[in-house]
Design a protein around this ligand. Structure first.
Ligand code: GLN
Length: 308
């Protein structure tokens, strides 16, 4: 299969549509991003790397970082984690607060904001916030085998100044006893993880362990057990796109995680890891053209986990 030709074809078809969707403007720093950008990269488990468009341009990975933080938290506390956060799709927006009250401060899953904030609290345990952020940055550099991955301080600051809803979620959980650390510390970690700045190629490499039974086949780095990789993929499939998760499974059929920076990381188990970036978002906050590109890729490669 000529993956480069497939990527080139998708790029060419989407060129006239660049700029569709709406950039996230509730984070002032993200509102400045030019929506007419598009990049995509594929890294296969046998080591091929293909990319197209703005695949070398760094962008804010935002909620995609929740996959890496979940991996770290599971490494720290194992299955115990599931006393702090659930594993069910939420059916509501990524920053929704309503379910939290009904469910006594236990977020539905690790990928909505409340769930990710609870996980930042777990990773923070035994550390100063700066150390927890450093641990995540080292982990993501290790996963992508690239020391050039950074955190964009401007984005982190922008969110710290305007993330009132995340402060509300965190305070609410703290009132239920589901946060052990001060809200400012937990959100310091959370805003910095969201501000990780990566390009499509780095992100596709970072996700490769999930496509390859927990071990990055390019570096030989063993990250998690095959069972854990399978389970993280299951969570991405069911919860990775918030209340757009069912639609993403229907159209694309791959475990994936989106972020409001316009990125999506997707996994074709046993085959490849894929990253796509296009900043314009759809109504539920997922990259509009990113999802279209992945739908085209899945259709042209037969990689959907539900069959070809
Ligand atoms: N940092 C963003 C927020 O908390 C992450 C949301 C997202 O990417 N869906 O609102």
């Amino acid at each position: 299969m000529d993956l480069q030709a497939i990527l080139d074809g998708i790029h060419a078809e989407l060129l006239p549509r660049l700029g569709e969707g709406k950039v996230a403007d509730y984070i002032p720093e993200l509102a400045k991003v030019d929506p007419r950008q598009f990049g995509m990269a594929i890294v296969t488990v046998d080591g091929q790397v293909h990319s197209v468009g703005d695949a070398q341009a760094p962008f804010s990975i935002q909620s995609i970082s929740k996959v890496f933080m979940l991996t770290l938290a599971l490494g720290k506390v194992g299955e115990q984690l599931w006393t702090r956060v659930g594993r069910e799709p939420s059916g509501s927006a990524f920053n929704s607060i309503v379910q939290l009250e009904h469910e006594a401060g236990i977020p539905r899953n690790p990928f909505i904001n409340a769930g990710a904030i609870a996980i930042s609290d777990v990773v923070l345990s035994g550390h100063a916030p700066r150390e927890a952020i450093g641990e995540l940055l080292r982990f993501v550099r290790y996963l992508s085998d690239d020391e050039a991955v950074t955190i964009d301080e401007k984005v982190a600051r922008s969110e710290t100044q305007t993330g009132f809803r995340n402060f509300a979620l965190a305070n609410f959980m703290r009132s239920y006893g589901n946060l052990d650390h001060p809200v400012e510390h937990v959100l310091g970690v959370y805003f910095h993880q969201c501000a990780l700045s990566m390009n499509c190629q780095q992100l596709a490499k970072a996700g490769l362990y999930l496509a390859a039974r927990g071990t990055n086949p390019l570096t030989g780095h063993s990250v998690v057990s095959p069972k854990r990789a399978r389970r993280i993929n299951a969570l991405m499939l069911t919860c990775g796109h918030y209340d757009g998760s069912g639609d993403f499974a229907y159209h694309v059929g791959l475990p994936g995680k989106s972020g409001v920076g316009g990125g999506i990381m997707a996994v074709a188990p046993g085959i490849a890891s894929i990253a796509v970036w296009s900043p314009g978002l759809n109504k539920v906050g997922n990259s509009q053209l990113g999802a279209v590109a992945l739908e085209m890729l899945a259709a042209r490669t037969g990689w959907s986990v539900f069959g070809d």
